[in-house]
Design a protein around this ligand. Structure first.
Ligand code: UDP
Length: 321
């Protein structure tokens, strides 16, 4: 294992986002100092408000797409203190990236490139938050890391999928050409406290609809599947990968697969509401199935998700109340 220096500083881009903010919590608990950088376009300062008094935490408001990123970071931290740069900056829910198509392409290309250059300059490890969306509407099921994916390059969703694929390409080419010390995680659908109530994702929508007594919205016929990972499990897998010497992409997600209709049933049961659903049109290029093969994470990281769906939904609802 090539562990990071204890007590060193880790830069988390997108640190005010959903997964990014949970990651900041965990890194601080593990004894690192954390610089979160976020432009607050889809992230929210309320996600990190509880950290503002923490000695080891600094927030920098800024956009990693802009040229001035390293200057901004240089004002916040001495270069030699930085041991890792983690890129969690991007709109991530489908409505959020469809509203910001060019920004999403920019952050996954120029933004990632700027952060890689910063990591190279300061001699830090680079960590890329990629996504199961690199597999597109998969023709192989479950998805193994060696599968290349099935993405429509000109479809609406391509702004996210191709941006993340480009990020992976950038990281890989820097690994080959200049020996960038890098890790790539492919994150599958993740849920838990701090998801923005209006982020439009299926778990958020259905939990909030149940809380206010509205029918649960199902897009299409609800036979499409997803595999939902609770955020503490996701972050634990991410940290294990960060500390490992695994330099090829690793899927981190919960392999328990549900149809969207089954998800609605679980959410209604946990919230003790009678199930009522409203069927709406399926968004374009919506993947029909998605389930991670996590053999690589099990074998190389000793990682296994602990929180199952009903329990995770219960925890999420408790935190909302
Ligand atoms: N979906 C749904 N109802 C909603 C929101 C989403 O049925 O209110 C569907 C969506 O079409 C997709 C799945 O749930 O098939 C997961 O959508 P989400 O936006 O959470 O994430 P994705 O996996 O598509 O990125």
């Amino acid at each position: 294992m090539t562990m990071l220096r204890p007590g060193s500083t880790i830069v988390v881009a997108g640190g005010a986002g959903f997964i990014g903010s949970h990651l900041c919590d965990r890194l601080l608990q593990d004894g690192y100092r954390v610089i979160a950088i976020d432009d607050l376009s889809t992230g929210n300062s309320s996600n990190i408000a509880h950290l503002s008094a923490e000695d080891g935490f600094t927030f920098v408001e800024g956009d990693i797409v802009s040229d001035g990123t390293s200057a901004l970071l240089d004002r916040a931290v001495d270069r030699e203190d930085v041991s890792a740069v983690m890129n969690f900056a991007s709109p991530a829910s489908p409505p959020a990236y469809l509203e910001r198509p060019l920004e999403t392409l920019a952050v996954g290309s120029t933004g990632t490139w700027n952060l890689i250059n910063y990591a190279l300059t300061v001699g830090a490890r680079f960590f890329m938050a990629s996504t199961s969306e690199v597999y597109g509407d998969p023709l192989e099921h479950p998805q193994v890391e060696t599968y290349w994916g099935n993405v429509n390059p000109i479809g609406e969703r391509s702004v996210y999928d191709e941006a993340k694929r480009f990020s992976e390409a950038l990281v890989s080419s820097h690994q080959r050409s200049v020996g960038l010390d890098a890790r790539i995680v492919r994150i599958f659908n993740t849920y838990g406290p701090r998801m923005q109530p209006d982020d439009g994702r299926v778990v958020t929508n259905m939990v909030h609809q149940s809380l206010v007594g509205k029918p649960l919205t199902i897009y299409g016929d609800g036979s499409q599947t997803r595999s939902f990972c609770y955020v503490s499990d996701e972050v634990d897998g991410i940290v294990r990968l960060l500390q490992s010497d695994v330099t090829s992409p690793v899927n981190i997600g919960n392999p328990n697969e549900f149809t969207i209709r089954e998800l609605a049933t679980v959410i209604a049961e946990v919230l003790e509401v009678e199930l009522s659903v409203e069927y709406l049109p399926l968004p374009s290029d919506d993947p029909k199935v998605r389930q991670p093969d996590i053999s690589r994470a099990r074998e190389l990281l000793g990682w296994e998700p602990q929180v199952q769906l009903a329990d995770g939904i219960r925890r999420m609802v408790e935190s909302l109340r």
